[in-house]
Design a binder for this molecule. Structure first.
Ligand code: ADP
Length: 268
């Protein structure tokens, strides 16, 4: 614990005294440390592709100059590194945008079933490329939530993309929407979306840390798959802005379930 201590001389009915104030500033210390860690992480994440890019540029200007096969190959790798930097910058912008308006609650009614269908439709080509099936189960009735359309779209895009990436080939990703008349964690009507994969699962010690920025179970694997390590941090902030809850359940060998519970508008 860190205290700020201030002393001042005071005059009271009983005479002159000294007033000593102890202010607990542990939270400020912590916030400062988190900011410093974040900047260090961002610099590291940007520097890795940048170093690779600079190395290839040097090679193309020197030893590989005029070699069409090497040029073609290196340009391909350079395009991949540049795309990685672009994804990182995009995710950083999303995160800062979500944090900036976290206290302003979204109010626009959104048809959650229609949104999920549209997200799955856009992700299908990626799933096909990875030989992954997406099975969707929606209730018959419409489910409306107060929401920011783009942000909710990002939540389910990130979760389904992760399920495809980490779930593995020749498996199925299950996307299910159901309603709860009384969601205990929300103390009111809820919409529950589950994204379940049949992958290797996640060890329990990692689960509480998955939504931290840049936390990865296997950073090499995540990077190889184009991950920035920010996807679940963005999900957590968006869900929290919508007054929702994110639950992660997983057991090694049993796949993982990412459950998002959002407040629902009364049926009209
Ligand atoms: P990344 O860009 O690395 O995918 P995320 O924030 O989306 O970053 O996820 C953080 C980490 O959580 C990943 O690096 C991965 O180790 C783990 N993870 C996320 N989703 C899954 C999943 N469906 N199955 C197994 N591990 C997962």
């Amino acid at each position: 614990t860190t205290f700020d201590v201030t002393c001042s001389k005071v005059q009271t009915d009983l005479g002159t005294g000294v007033l000593v104030c102890f202010e607990d500033v542990t939270h400020l210390e912590k916030a400062g440390q988190m900011r410093r860690d974040f900047v260090a992480n961002v610099s590291h994440e940007l520097r890795t592709p940048l170093t690779a890019l600079m190395g290839f540029i040097e090679t193309l200007q020197g030893p590989a100059k005029g070699d069409p096969a090497a040029t073609e190959r290196f340009l391909g790798i350079m395009a991949g590194e540049a795309a990685r930097m672009e994804r990182l910058v995009q995710d950083l912008l999303s995160l800062s945008r979500v944090e900036a308006d976290e206290r302003v609650r979204p109010t626009e009614p959104l048809d959650l079933g229609a949104l999920l269908k549209s997200v799955v439709h856009s992700i299908r080509p990626l799933a096909e490329e990875a030989s992954v099936e997406i099975a969707m189960t929606l209730p018959e009735e419409g489910v409306t939530i107060p929401a920011d359309d783009d942000q909710v779209r990002q939540v389910f895009t990130n979760l389904i993309e992760n399920a495809i990436k980490y779930g593995g080939a020749d498996k199925t990703v299950h996307v299910t929407l159901r309603t709860q008349d009384h969601a205990p964690s929300l103390r009111g009507p809820g919409a529950v979306v589950e994204v379940r994969d049949e992958g290797p699962g996640i060890d329990a010690i990692h689960i509480p840390r998955l939504t931290e920025r840049f936390y990865r179970v296997d950073s090499h694997r995540s990077r190889e798959m184009g991950g920035t390590g920010l996807g679940l941090a963005i999900v957590k902030h968006i869900v929290s802005r919508h007054r929702g809850r994110l639950r992660i359940e997983s057991e090694p060998g049993q796949g993982s379930t990412f459950r998002v519970i959002l407040p629902r508008l009364p049926q009209t």
